[in-house]
Design a protein around this ligand. Sequence first.
Ligand SMILES: *[C@@H]1O[C@H](CO)[C@@H](O)[C@H](O)[C@H]1NC(C)=O
Ligand SMILES: *[C@@H]1O[C@H](CO)[C@@H](O)[C@H](O)[C@H]1NC(C)=O
Length: 321
Amino acid sequence: MCVATVGFVSILGVSLLWLPEPRVVEPRVSEVNRPVTLLIWTHPFGHYSRPPDCFELYQIDQCTLTDDARAYPHADAVIVHHREVATGKADLPPEPRPRAQKWIWMNFESPTHTPRLGHFEDVFNLTMTYRTDSDIFVPYGYLFPRARRNKGAPNHFVHPLRVPTRSRLYRPRLVVWVVSNWSESHARVAFYYRLTRHIRVDVFGRAGRPDAKGQQRGAPGRKAGAIPVVLGPSRQNYERFLPPEAFIHVDDFPTVRGLARYLLMLRRNPSRMRRHLDWRGSYSMHQASFWAEHYCTACNAVMRNRGRTDVVQHLAGWFES
Ligand SMILES: *[C@@H]1O[C@H](CO)[C@@H](O)[C@H](O)[C@H]1NC(C)=O
Ligand SMILES: *[C@@H]1O[C@H](CO)[C@@H](O)[C@H](O)[C@H]1NC(C)=O
């Protein structure tokens, strides 16, 4: 139904990353073929999920995941999810920690939703987040060229992206915005007001517009064939993760009116619209599976980092930068 998602998104909203070297959980033969025990210290946000079997899911051998605190004295690593220890719902594991044990700081929230970072300097040994410069990098998702993966074994992560059929290129409703937090102080809201002077924008989402009759919908998403219209980080930054034609950046236009005219032109011009969608034929998408993929990726990383000493020294300065 929609052509463009006016995706004024925070970093969490950028859920699809095109990475030059995608980090899929690959089976890995450890140099030192010794089993790793990973202790899940708290279940993120208090939601229980059964510790995964990394061999069954990802053919990663030698990983034992447990949420039983009695494993603490012999665990090779402990995964600590930030929210619970920051809010006092859980304490950090006890000190002194077993020699060679790694504490992994796990957090997938934006900096504004990551309270009391300053309390955790020099506590952890490895970071695990969506930032590319984490010790253990787990993006929310990413795109990868189709050919690359098709050569290997069939991969159950793959979501093929479809190029919409000709009839679906015609969109009776052109622009939609899905928004969960509406504040008059947000730049995105100011931009919305300016844009609606030139083009109709349908608003969905948890917060929606004050007058948007509380419509609850999931994000239309890329699977639906939307073209994101983005604001915030530079085009250059987005292009680290997406083919250049896969999105429209508001900075591509000198005026808001120019953007609106371009969007209206797309509606009349299916071949031009197709230029923003053709890349889909060459890419597949991976979406991370919470939390099994994270735990198994961490276990792999612990095998790789065995015998090393790492200390996360400037957690707040780094994560908020
Ligand atoms: C919504 O945005 C306001 C203003 O930026 C912010 O203070 C608040 O924490 C946000 N709320 C949520 C639930 O994200
Ligand atoms: C982990 O971090 C602690 C606290 O900074 C440090 O004392 C310890 O040597 C580190 N251990 C490893 C195995 O990296």
